[in-house]
Ligand binder design. Structure first.
Ligand code: SF4
Length: 219
């Protein structure tokens, strides 16, 4: 085992341990959520914070539990319960269009392939990865700006482009508990490793992180 592998293992186990104690509960994070339910949450979360989405998620899901339920309603009707989130017309149209594509191209179910998921409106790498990991139980990294910041700082001591981090992230993600690991990372980015004022003193990675060892941080 070389040093980086050792570091990757330690980082993964610390994130898992911290994530267990600091897990932020949202309804879409419950066990055994279906791919559609994860997809719906991600669509609602676009440009809206999680606390707002939490307030309408379950009711909306009760009304529209599947793509076939979405297909039966006009976009204007779907938009109504999304008004509280803002961008309700855009979100309703994306959901409706996705329902049409999923029905005509994928037999009514979301595909378990990243490139196919990205054919749906508004779905980029992040949402596709989230659906694959949390809905289809695939062991893949989920990289948003927060996660990319943590890894850039932890391994390189400075911020790097998401595209430069791919291989590092694949090495760090554990074989088991990868969903919990991904949730832990998302929560760590939200609670500790913030963009402007990272709380390194209280971070589970502080002894391993390259950023805390850079000269500007040691002063
Ligand atoms: S030690 Fe600081 S810079 Fe490193 S991951 Fe934690 S909060 Fe971010």
């Amino acid at each position: 085992m070389n040093l980086e592998e050792e570091k990757a293992e330690k980082i993964a186990s610390r994130i898992l341990r911290w994530g267990k104690e600091n897990f932020i509960h949202y309804p879409w994070r419950e066990e055994d959520r279906k791919p559609y339910e994860i997809f719906l949450a991600e669509l609602m979360l676009q440009k809206t914070n999680a606390e707002k989405v939490e307030e309408v998620y379950e009711d909306f899901l009760g009304k529209y539990p599947s793509f076939s339920a979405v297909l039966k309603s006009p976009a204007g009707e779907i938009a109504e319960p999304l008004e509280f989130l803002g961008l309700q017309n855009l979100k309703a149209e994306r959901l409706k269009k996705s329902a049409r594509i999923v029905t005509s191209n994928f037999g009514g179910n979301l595909p378990a392939e990243k490139e196919k998921l990205k054919e749906l409106p508004g779905v980029g790498d992040y949402i596709a990865s989230s659906v694959l990991c949390f809905g289809f139980e695939k062991r893949i990294p989920i990289v948003d700006v927060n996660v990319s910041r943590i890894f850039s700082r932890a391994f390189f001591g400075e911020e790097r482009e998401i595209s430069d981090l791919g291989s590092t992230l694949k090495e760090v993600i554990p074989r088991k508990n990868f969903k919990k690991f991904n949730y832990g990372l998302l929560d760590l980015g939200k609670k500790k490793c913030t963009s402007r004022s990272p709380n390194c003193e209280d971070c589970p990675l502080r002894r391993l992180c390259s950023y805390t060892k850079t000269p500007s941080q040691e002063q």
